[in-house]
Ligand binder design. Sequence first.
Ligand code: SAM
Length: 154
Amino acid sequence: MAAPGRAGLDVGCGLGTEVAWLTALGLQAIGIDISEVACARAQLLHPEALFLYADVRRLPFADGVFDLALDRGCFHYLKPSDRARYASEVGRVLRPGGRLLLRASLRRAGRRNDLDEPELRRTFAAWRVRGLGAELIPSDTRSMEVLVARLERP
Ligand SMILES: C[S@@+](CC[C@H](N)C(=O)[O-])C[C@H]1O[C@@H](n2cnc3c(N)ncnc32)[C@H](O)[C@@H]1O
């Protein structure tokens, strides 16, 4: 059970399933997405939850306001040159000790991308790495290779 009163951010929230779940569990949750269409659709699907059209590279939040952040599939969309900016922005809005659960695909448009454990460690060098590893998510039709990082903002 999530702790009520905590504040959570879903980075690249898409249609907002996770934000709606966190909200239902009593967290003050908000999802941001660079797609206006995704935000509008998420808001229609989950009127009880909060969504904001925003870019993770320029988060419109004060420092340290979130206890936790989620990223299911946003980080790997960024250009490599934007990754450091991502780490500093998400780190800025998390409180000290705040956690980020990041799941990044190792493929883009069917092809292996450049993400690997050393690249994530470099990007989040200022963070504590609580867990990091590749996982294969199987399904009937295909398997998805992802990197899962459990990170703590010092
Ligand atoms: C693969 S989708 C994942 C959506 C959702 N997290 C899920 O698991 O269903 C990636 C999302 O990241 C968003 N995104 C990509 N770049 C972004 C950025 N710079 N700032 C915020 N969102 C971004 C996309 O618009 C898209 O909705």
